[in-house]
Structure formats: C-alpha cells, structure tokens
Ligand binder design. Structure first.
Ligand code: 6R9
Length: 652
C-alpha cells in the first residue's frame, strides 16, 4: 500500500451524527467562504467566540511587504475576562482543570470560580509589586496551577507574559529577561518530576546575577524546600496572596485588539531565539475556534493536551483556547513513565478523557514499551486522538490508532508553529478519512501554497516544495519583540507577499497535505525546535573547541537527534571526558533538551571555497546515507569527507 492510498475512515459515521462540521460538503462550503470573504467570516466568528467591550472598526488590514498585520483594530476586550469572568453566570462550578500531580495521589479539581478568584488575587499581587499594563513578566515554573493563574493574571492587568520552559538553563532565562526587559520574574522553588523534587530557583538565581534590572522575583513554594529568599527583591507567592482579600476583584484592563498578550521565544535558523509576539484578540479567537472545531469538543467533554505550558501548544490548547470556550481540561505535572509507563493511560481512565492530544515522540517512547501498559486501562472514553510537533511516522501513527484508539478514534495530525498561534493544516473529525502521516486540509481561513525552486506553485500532485501561506489569519504572529525588521526578513522576504513557514510539504492527488520537515537549519528534537546556530555558539564557547557544525539526524524516539562535528584547538586532545564536557557545556548554555546525542571530533569540515559549511553533506554522513553524498566537487578539500565517513559514530 502506498502512503496516500492507506486511509482510515472508521470514525466518520459516528462523528457525522454530532460533529460541528459534518462532512466534506459543509467543510468545503465554509472553507470557500473563509478564504473568499475572510472579513465576513472572521467578523462572524469574533461575535460568536469572544465577548467585546467595544466592537472593532475594521476587521482586517495588512501588508505582507511591510509585515504589518492587524485584526479587529479599534476593538477592545480582555483575554482574562473572556476566559473567566464571562463564564461565571453559567459555569462557575464547572471544572476548568483537573490537576494531576507527579505523585498520582496528589490531585486538585479547579473550578472556573476557583480560577477566577486566584487570578484576581494574583493580579492584585502583581499590581502591588508595581507591574503595569505593557510591562513584561518572565514566568519559569513547573506545571502547577499557579502557572495558568500567572498567565491569566498578567493578561488581566495587560502585562505581557513570557513563559520560559522549565527545562531551559539559567543563561536562557537571562537572555530572555534581557531581550524583553522584564522587571518581574515568577518562579517556584522547584517542581516534581518522576518522584523527585527538581530545583528551579537555582537557575533563576544564576540568571539574576546577569540581570540586575529585575526588581521582583515571586516564588511559589512547591517543594517545601525551605530555601531562603533574598529580602527586598524576592517574595513568596503565598505571603503576597495573603495580603489580598479572598474576594479581591481587579477590573480587567481594557485592551486594544492588537495589544500584545504574550511573547514566546522560539529558535530559528540564525542567531539567538526570537521573541514571537501574539495579540489579545486574533490569537484568542483563533485558539478558541480551533480548540472547538479541530477536537470537536462538546461542553461536557474532558480534554487533555499533554504539552508543557512552556511551549506554544500549552499556551494555545491548555490555557487560552479551552478556557475561552469554557471547557474542562487536564493539567499534568509529571512525566509519562512515572510511576510506570502506563501513566498516560491511567490518567485517561481516571478522568474519563474524551479527547487526547500529544506528540509523536511520546507515542514512540511509549510504543517501545509494548502494548501491555495500554491494555491495563479502560480507554473507552476516548473518541479522538491528536498529535503535534513533528511529522509522525506511519508506524507510530498505526500503533497509536490501533492500541490507544482501538481503531475507532481518528488521529488528528495538526501542523502549526509558534508563529501561527494555532492549528493551520489539520483533519476535522467529521469531514473525511485520515491518512497516516498526513495533516489533511487547511483550517478555515488558511490559504496554503507549495512553491517550487523558482517560486511558482508546484504543478503536480506529490511534488515537494516550500510551504507558504498566502493570506493572513487571526492568530499569526505580529512581530519579533524589539526587532520588527527581523520578523519581516525571516517570514516575509523569502517569498515576497507570502508568509514563509520554513517547512517543505507536498499535496497528494486527493488534496491531502504531507509535511516533509524543515528546510532551514532548525532541528526538531522531540517536537522542540533548536537552531543549529545556537548549538554551535554554545559549543565554541568551550576553551578546547575551535569550530563546530551541528546537524539533525534521524533518531528512533526523538524524531531528530543532535550530531555535532567538532574541530578542537591545537592544544586540546580528543577524549571521552572532553565529549562529556561538551555535552554538559551545551546543556548548561541552552538546557537539557539540547543534549548532544553524538560528538565526532574531526580535523576538518566540508566547506565551499568561500568557506561555507556544507551541511547537506554532514546531514547525509550523520544519517549514514553515505551513498547519497551527491555532488562534492565544490568542496575546497575533498579528502575531508573520507575522514569524516571513516570516523562516523553510530547511535547506540
Ligand atoms: C506547534 C509547534 C513548529 C515546527 C513546524 C514543523 C514541525 C509541528 C507538525 C510538524 C509535521 C506536524 N511540526 N507540527 N511537522 N507535522 N503535525 O510544534 O510549534 O515548536 O514552533 O514547531 O514543528 O516543522 O515548522 P513549534
């Protein structure tokens, strides 16, 4: 069977009874309307999904040459009001989050009223600590309830949050604080992972040495570590909260539709990570509508997105989308293999989860442990399974479909990016059969095109090319914080007049899209983006390293692994101890997600005569595709290749 003829439609009949979008005809009709009359379509959705303090003057205004995009300008609203206040009349006692601790015995059920109360009190805490509309707040926290509370409290007072994933290093925190000029940091003493407390505050302390401008650090006591706080600058969350009345009300700040809601840093192919900026109205609308329609979530259903809130997936599908829709979600502090490899399935059974959303890397890691862990649990509540973060290999897809979904649940393979804010290419469960490895069709309002090397749309089915988007959609990023020119250049200059995704894709004869992967120097490790430039800069900081080139290679669990080719300085000697040091060096600079899988010492790198490293060749060598090295005639010194091949390291 070829890729594109293997189709699965067992779920369709059931979904077509109740789905919001029933069948291909309805999808196509709405899709056509959404791209032919985006203003009409999105105005209607903005009325339906959001509550406005003041309606907009103009739905859409944009200029892709200048990278200027504006949705609902003149409109006034507040994201925290939309996620909380407006639900109080109807669903105050509904569960917003089932929170499941790393320890399965530790759980909490947080209602919309509870969340509202906590957000109001913490909004008051932020104000008491001098945070004002437009100020930037860095958040570095484990997956505890105080994390979404922090995001929403910032949104409530109009402060711009920037969450730094808990797996990032002190330097990563410091760089982000400096880049956005944050005055306040919210963190915790630590968190629990796999039964052990993990310190977080240490990293913040180290970052603080480089960030004298931070005025206040607010610390949640999560692990009773008893660490001392520095008087004056550092305060305990609970002590600050106690200074506010239990029924504190902080009026939601009226925000312009286009005011920034948050900054989230993401890796690109060049330079340091970019602070991608999302806005109050467009982002919220788009995450709400995609949460509803892509997962076909009904009001009485339970949804679990396993992502960490430190990534865009958590922002959009744990916090803003589900809360804006008034849905019940699950938030999980721990890891998939503690206490055992059945943890995910135990949680699905415990909360009778209906729709489940995870990443291919997690599926592969769990599949490797065998079916017995899945079979221990009653998963009959599930009706839909989602995936995100990287292309899913058909083998993992089939395992997920058969063992978790029992061949009844569609796999909703959602392709999108930090910069797109929400789902872009995705199946809708009531519309059409799904194919393993394909993300199906564009969501409403998304106008994709695949371009060939000359910049023309490809002419034939299955022809691979560069994926671009021709029209704006509400959740697209608006700028790179503090560097609009970088935003314009990265996303709008490569193909004039279009948004450049950085991914290659193809469309089959049935109109299904297939993502091939990044075409730039971005490595996707377990669904997380790392730029080769960042990794190389971290390596050359080591006193023994003269030069380094890093590429991604196929890895059985992580999707892509990190392969580093390193040239040492003349006075340094290659050794296993030095390899370990280099691995540690990069982990310290960026964080544990940037763990080098392979370090190969070499005397030379393949370079063009103008001195450019030929990564194309290094990628083939790292993947073991030695007969596909292609044309090597432009290499300045061809003998380098033989040595590289000879000393190539295989992953154990
Ligand atoms: C949401 C998120 C974005 C990059 C993207 C692409 C890859 C994400 C995918 C996928 C194939 C999918 N990607 N989802 N590739 N199929 N369903 O992951 O955002 O961290 O910014 O990464 O991830 O290469 O360009 P982000």
């Amino acid at each position: 069977m070829t890729e594109s003829t293997e189709v699965y439609g067992e779920h369709l009949a059931e979904f077509q009874k109740t789905a919001y979008i029933k069948g291909m005809d309805e999808y196509q009709k709405l899709y056509k309307q959404s791209v032919e009359d985006p203003e009409g379509f999105w105005a209607q959705q903005a009325e339906k999904y959001l509550s406005w303090e003041k309606k907009w003057d103009q739905v859409l205004d944009y200029d892709f040459t200048e990278a200027r995009i504006s949705w609902f300008s003149g409109g006034v609203l507040n994201a925290s009001y939309n996620c909380l206040d407006r639900h109080l009349d109807t669903i105050a006692d509904k569960i917003a989050y089932y929170w499941e601790g790393d320890n399965p015995e530790e759980t909490k059920a947080v209602t919309y009223k509870d969340l509202y109360t906590r957000v109001n009190r913490f909004a008051a805490v932020l104000k008491n600590n001098g945070v004002k509309k437009g100020d930037r707040v860095i958040i570095y926290m484990p997956m505890i309830v105080e994390l979404p509370v922090s995001l929403l409290a910032c949104a409530r007072i109009g402060a711009i949050h920037s969450v730094v994933f808990g797996g990032f290093s002190a330097d990563a925190i410091a760089n982000r604080i400096k880049d956005c000029g944050a005055k306040v940091v919210i963190t915790a003493d630590g968190g629990y992972r796999g039964g052990k407390p993990v310190s977080l505050k240490d990293n913040v302390d180290k970052a603080m040495e480089k960030c004298p401008d931070v005025e206040t650090v607010i610390v949640v006591n999560r692990t009773d570590s008893g660490i001392p706080l520095k008087p004056g600058k550092e305060v305990w969350w609970h002590e600050e909260e106690e200074k506010t009345a239990a029924d504190t009300f902080v009026a939601p700040e009226p925000m312009d539709a286009e005011d920034p809601l948050f900054i989230l840093y993401t890796s690109g192919s060049t330079g340091k990570p970019k602070g991608v900026v999302h806005t109050h109205a467009g982002y919220l609308l788009y995450t709400a509508i995609t949460t509803r329609l892509v997962f076909d979530l009904k009001d009485d259903e339970v949804f679990w997105c396993t992502a960490d809130i430190g990534w865009i997936t958590g922002h959009s599908y744990i916090v803003y989308g589900p809360l804006c829709c008034g849905l019940t979600g699950v938030m999980f502090e721990g890891v998939p293999n503690y206490p055992d490899f059945d943890r995910f399935w135990a949680i699905v059974e415990k909360y009778r989860i209906n729709k489940f959303y995870t990443a291919p890397t997690a599926i592969r890691a769990l599949a490797r442990e065998g079916e017995s862990h899945v079979e221990k649990h009653d998963l009959s509540s599930l009706s839909l399974l989602g995936t995100v973060g990287e292309p899913i290999n058909p083998e993992a897809w089939r395992w997920y479909y058969k063992n978790v979904g029992k061949s009844r649940c569609p796999i909703i393979d959602t392709w999108w990016q930090t910069e797109t804010g929400g789902h872009m290419l995705t199946p809708l469960p009531g519309v059409a059969p799904v194919k393993p490895g394909s993300c199906s069709f564009p969501f409403f309002g998304v106008d994709p095109v695949i371009l060939d090397d000359t910049g023309e749309p490809v002419k034939f089915p299955d022809e691979e090319g560069l994926l671009c988007i021709r029209k704006p959609w509400p959740a697209m990023a608006r700028t790179v914080y503090g560097d609009h020119e970088r935003f314009r250049e990265t996303y709008f200059s490569q193909v004039p007049g279009m948004y450049f995704t950085g991914d290659a894709a193809k469309k089959d004869a049935d109109g299904y899209y297939w993502i091939i992967g990044r075409i730039d120097d971005v490595i996707n490790v377990s669904g997380h983006r790392l730029g080769t430039a960042e990794l190389e800069s971290a390596l050359v900081l080591h006193p023994s390293v003269a030069e380094a080139a890093v590429v991604g290679f196929p890895h059985p669990i992580k999707g892509q692994g990190i392969y580093a080719f390193v040239i040492l300085k003349a006075n340094a000697t290659a050794s296993d101890a030095l390899k370990k040091e280099l691995v540690g060096q990069v982990r310290n600079e960026i964080g544990p997600i940037a763990t080098l899988d392979i370090v190969q010492f070499t005397d030379g790198l393949p370079k063009t005569r103008s001195g450019k490293i030929m990564r194309r060749i290094l990628k083939k060598i790292s993947a073991g595709k030695l007969d596909e090295l292609g044309d090597t005639s432009t290499i300045a010194d061809e003998s380098v290749i033989d040595k590289l091949v000879e000393n190539r390291v295989n992953i154990e």
